[in-house]
Write a protein that binds this ligand. Structure first.
Ligand code: SF4
Length: 209
């Protein structure tokens, strides 16, 4: 399938893709994205609604001990690693960037606790730049559609950036996330009426069985 056709089909399926995390500032988004690893956006929104009532800036966040923050975010899972990442990133934002979340890949990934996927989400969502964040949904959908043969998210990101026009990167990221979350699920995807059936390795395997 050509790039143009894939873009058109995603536009038909998900015309107005939106981030499902609630946030009011780049800092709140950063915390929400860190919390969203292996957790649903719905749960993250429940946790941050309470957390951000008091701790909505890096200066306020670093007044918390890791133990106390862990208790506040416990239900998001991996609370030890996530509370450590949030506190370390917050300290770096205060110490190196005067309390403002930076906007470039280099600066964002210089923050402890912030990896490339999180940085890409920040660039496209908070700073409206062109970025292609690869999470578990984007990785699965890309492989099923034959857009990459890689499993490594960084390599998948490179393949997708080569294949798609830069102006479509950020929108396609959200379209693929939502498509993977609600239709092209890891287990028992909803293949009925999917416009990508002819190009899909999963569908071809299933038909062959
Ligand atoms: S045919 Fe099924 S597995 Fe393939 S892309 Fe569509 S929903 Fe996903």
């Amino acid at each position: 399938m050509l790039e143009k056709q894939i873009v058109e089909e995603f536009d038909k399926l998900i015309p107005e893709p939106k981030c499902e995390l609630n946030y009011k500032s780049p800092y709140e988004l950063l915390v929400a994205v860190i919390l969203s690893a292996q957790c649903t956006d719905k749960r993250v929104n429940e946790v941050t609604e309470n957390l951000f009532k008091t701790y909505n800036t890096p200066e306020k966040m670093i007044t918390l001990s890791q133990d106390k923050l862990g208790k506040l975010i416990y239900s998001c899972g991996f609370y030890n690693a996530k509370s450590k990442a949030i506190l370390e990133a917050s300290k770096d934002i205060v110490d190196k960037f005067s309390g403002q979340v930076p906007s470039t890949m280099e600066e964002l990934t210089s923050l402890r606790g912030v990896g490339r996927k999180t940085a890409n989400v920040m660039i496209s969502e908070a700073f409206k730049g062109d970025a292609f964040a690869v999470d578990t949904h984007v990785l699965r959908v890309s492989n099923r559609l034959g857009l990459t043969k890689n499993d490594n998210p960084d390599l998948v990101e490179q393949d997708l950036k080569k294949f798609f026009n830069q102006k479509n990167w950020s929108k396609l990221h959200y379209q693929m996330v939502l498509f993977g979350r609600y239709k092209c699920k890891a287990i028992k995807p909803d293949c009925a009426g999917c416009p990508f059936q002819k190009n899909c390795s999963y569908f071809a395997d299933k038909k062959g069985k």
